[in-house]
Structure formats: C-alpha cells, structure tokens
Design a protein around this ligand. Sequence first.
Ligand code: ADP
Ligand code: MG
Length: 323
Amino acid sequence: MKKLKYMLIGLLALLLVLGLWYGRRSKAREYTKTEYVLDTTCSVTFYGDDAEAAAKEVFDEIRRIDDLMSLYKKSSDVAKINSAKAGEAVTVSEDTYKVIETALSIGEMSNGAFDITIAPVTELWNFEAENPVVPQESEIAEALSRVNYKAIELCKNRTVIKQNDDTMIDLGGAAKGYAGDCAVKAAEKYNLSGGIIDLGGNILCFGKNPKSENGKWTVGIQIPFSPAGTYEKTVEISSGAVVTSGTYQRYFEAGGKKYHHIIDPKTGRPAEQDYDSVTVVSDNSLEADCLATAAYVMGENAGKNLVEEFGGEIYFEQGKKNQ
Ligand code: ADP
Ligand code: MG
C-alpha cells in the first residue's frame, strides 16, 4: 500500500516536471532590449531560446556600423574620407564601401535628390546644436558649391577617392538602413522563432510573430507630429523593412517656421513638400532608407516611380498640424 502511494507521488511529480518543461518549450521566450545608439533609441524584441544572446550580438553589430559610419566619430570611415586630400586612396570597411556604392547609385537614379556629399550643408544647418540658426544665403551657396556625389569615386580594394579636398560625405540617410540589414543577419544566426527590430522608427521583422494568427507582423505608420505610437495606416508583412524618413524628429523652429533635416541638394534648404514623412516597405533596408530620403526630396510622383523600380511600396503621410 505504502509502495503504491510513493509510486503515485513519484508519477505526479514527474508529470509536473514534464508539464513545466513542455510549457516552457511551447511558449517562445520573449526578450526585449533597448539602447541609445545611432543617435536614436533602438529596441529589439526576440522570440526563442537564444533571444537574450541574440539581442546582445545585434546591439554589438549596430554599434559596429555606427562606429564605421558616424559623421562625428573621429575614427569612423566617414571621418577618414572627409579629412582626406583629393586623389588620396582611403581604404574603408566592406560595409562602408557597400553603403557608399548603393548610395551613389540611388544618387544617380534620383538625379541627385539623394546626395551623400550633402555634408557641408548639413554641417552648416547643424540640427544637432542646442540653438541652431538659419544660415545666411551666402553660406548656403558656398556649402552647396561643394556638393556633388560625382566627386566620390569607388576604386578597387575597397578604396574611396575624392576629386576635391573639400568634398565631405554624410551617410545619415543610409547608415541606419544598413544597420537594420546587419541586425537581422546577426539575429538570424541564433535559434529564434522570430523578432522585430526598431531603429528609431525604421522597423525590421523576421520569422514568425507569435502574437498573430498568421505569423505576420503589423507595423503602424507613425502620424507625423503626433505622440509616438499614433497610427492610422498599418502595413502587414511576413519579413522585411518598413523605413520612414520624416521631418518631425529632427527639426528646429525659427521665426514661426520649421526647418527639418532632409535637405534638397538643389537649394541647400530643407525640402519643401506638403507631406511630412515618406515610408518605404522593402526587403532591403539599406535601399529603403536611401529611397525614403530621396523620395521625400523628389516629390510624390517621381518618388513613387523610383521606389517601384526597386520593387518597394511607398506611403506619404501628412501630420495633423499641416492639414
Ligand atoms: P532619419 O531616419 O534619421 O529620419 P533620414 O533617413 O530621413 O534620417 O535621412 C536624413 C539624414 O540624411 C540627414 O540627417 C542627413 O544626415 C542626411 N541627408 C539629408 N538630406 C539628404 C539628401 N538630400 N541626400 C542624402 N542624405 C541626406
Ligand atoms: Mg533615409
């Protein structure tokens, strides 16, 4: 009798352990991590046993890209190019080379609406300053005379050559996009069932969403100048990137006018459009980032045509304030 009782208790304990183990296995582990990097707040949510380790590696990868492509870090590839003399061959990482290659080709296809040599102009407007001021017309003209993506040449063995001493590049319209591609690649090395990455409004999804019936991800398109997380439109994707270039995050006001950070290389001034953001949906986050900035400058028709050439989708959003 006693033996039977012990056997029953043993069996119950075994069932309990098995039940707990099965419960853990069947419910994907969810892990979220948030850090300030790429000059913005980035967060990742991963599902799967390796979620925590994957998140750590993904942030290491994002920081690596930021270190290579920041305009402000002295040891970045971008700083090396910017301080080089005309004709000097600057060796850069494979990553930077690839970003410049894509950026130059979108520069060409957008007729210069996207131009990474915009740096002298963005530096002049200095949106990062505490109290930015509207530059003088003469200062804008001087900075603009240094803008021409054709002055950047990609040569063999990962070298970059400038045609003029004072040509400078700014990968601010492309690096975050590329960091997104690298982040997904890093995450996919781990045992995860799926995940979502938010790099300051650039969203990347992969694998299955455990919170939806069909496993797809629903991404909201932020309404410009409304509190973060306010959406009207959403897109549903299985995987890929939803990248937004908007005027509502980096801007300053002077004399009742808003001055934002997407510059029209024809005028050297913030591009004037009646929408406030452009969102591109694509499998390629680097291309989507360059395209969103390009399309913002180009306008609705030309922007849409360009994005469609790349097989992407495009959405233009207007903020409540401008309606
Ligand atoms: P974010 O994702 O931070 O909103 P965007 O992708 O919209 O950035 O790109 C804006 C940034 O790109 C600017 O801060 C500047 O560094 C750079 N930029 C601005 N205008 C242009 C342009 N016409 N071509 C290429 N890069 C630009
Ligand atoms: Mg962009």
